[in-house]
Design a protein around this ligand. Structure first.
Ligand SMILES: Cc1cc2nc3c(=O)[nH]c(=O)nc-3n(C[C@H](O)[C@H](O)[C@H](O)COP(=O)(O)O)c2cc1C
Length: 342
């Protein structure tokens, strides 16, 4: 029904406008009594075999919503009722920021892909905290944190620390995001020294709490093998609790969309089907080096239940989706869960 009727209409309009329209619609719909129960009845799928425990947290299923869709924690209850086992909010920054100029989000239907250069547009961590205080659902929520564009890299630790402290009472785990291609210089924080310093710092903040919360690192798919080896060493030496692989890619290899169209779109991170292979390769490599017990969340190009199985076979304990959800619609998490049971 979504792919046949709704998607062709939604895809006629500007992607970012449709994003906001769908959010407003779901918010209004969600405020109707029993609406979330109806969504749950339609789109949730529960089974003891789907339950997972990772870094001390119990997940009712391994299918999560990736960061970037509900940056400002506006739709936690509604998204929880459409079958996600966990939702990652953010990337949040200390101060609100507008992000890059529009247009900054593009669909590439021939490739089942998106390109975005949003640039961490968000209402700031305190606005998200206000909303998290009011949520009803008990779904697991991850807080993905970053730095403001105007913050220099040598002051980045302060931004991550502030977001950590503000979100600490309201989220279940944290994600340090240094892998977005759309904030100038951000990916430089993936280099050995700054990354080690940042991860040590955030882990230390967590360890100072009475109840420390897991801290994960989200990485890019565009790293060289030696950069990946450095990251593996840092994950282990800083006792980082897990890794999320991967963010969007800056590569434009192997696309069907005409080169002129791609050139016209310009810079940004590519997500969806063309990212699948690259992200799976990173996951396999991480699994082979980190051993069988190290927590890995796999994300990147999961466009079908079979893709989800592939990520898990490559070594992911949990998976996340973004672009697949846009292309496949609200029943996507449920269809992955059903496949995993089979
Ligand atoms: C429009 C858009 C915005 C995104 N924003 C963020 C973000 O703020 N923080 C982040 O860590 N990842 C962000 N991502 C990356 C996704 O979380 C995910 O890692 C990536 O899209 C690959 O998964 P996919 O192929 O299922 O989309 C964004 C992706 C898209 C398409």
């Amino acid at each position: 029904m979504y792919k046949l009727l709704l998607r062709p209409i939604l895809f006629l309009f500007d992607p970012e406008k449709i994003h906001h329209f769908t959010f407003s619609f779901l918010k209004i719909f969600g405020s109707i009594p029993f609406a979330t129960n109806i969504l749950s009845a339609l789109y949730s799928f529960e089974h003891p075999k789907l339950e997972r425990e990772l870094f001390g947290i119990k997940f009712k299923n391994p299918v999560g919503l990736a960061a970037g869709l509900d940056k400002d924690a506006k739709l936690i209850d509604e998204l929880a009722s459409i079958g996600f086992g966990f939702i990652e909010i953010g990337t949040l920054t200390p101060k609100p920021q507008a992000g890059n100029d529009k247009p900054r989000l593009f669909r590439m239907p021939e490739d089942q892909a998106l390109i975005n250069r949003m640039g961490f547009n968000n209402e700031g961590v305190l606005a998200a905290v206000d909303r998290l205080k009011k949520r009803n659902s008990k779904v697991i929520v991850g807080g993905n944190i970053g730095k403001n564009k105007i913050t220099a890299n040598d002051k980045a630790v302060d931004d991550y620390s502030y977001c950590f402290e503000m979100l600490y009472p309201y989220v279940d785990y944290f994600v340090v995001n240094v892998s977005s291609p759309n904030t100038p210089g951000l990916r430089e924080l993936q280099e050995r020294e700054p990354l080690k310093n940042l991860m040590l710092h955030v882990k230390q903040l967590s360890n100072l709490k009475y109840k420390p919360k897991p801290v994960l690192l989200k990485i890019a798919p565009d790293l060289t093998q030696s950069q990946l080896d450095d990251i593996i060493e840092i994950l282990l030496s800083t006792k980082t609790d897990g890794v999320i692989a991967t963010n969007t890619t800056i590569s434009r290899d192997g696309l069907i969309t005409p080169t002129e169209t791609i050139a016209k779109i310009g810079n940004g991170g590519l997500s969806g089907k063309p990212l699948a292979k690259k992200s799976t390769e990173v996951i396999s490599y991480l699994r082979s080096k980190l051993g069988k017990n190290y927590p890995i969340i796999g994300v990147g190009g999961i466009m079908s239940p079979d893709d989800a199985v592939e990520k898990i076979k490559a070594g992911a304990d949990l998976i996340q989706v973004y672009t697949g959800f846009i292309y496949e619609g609200p029943a996507f998490a449920k269809s992955i869960c059903k496949k995993l049971i089979d």
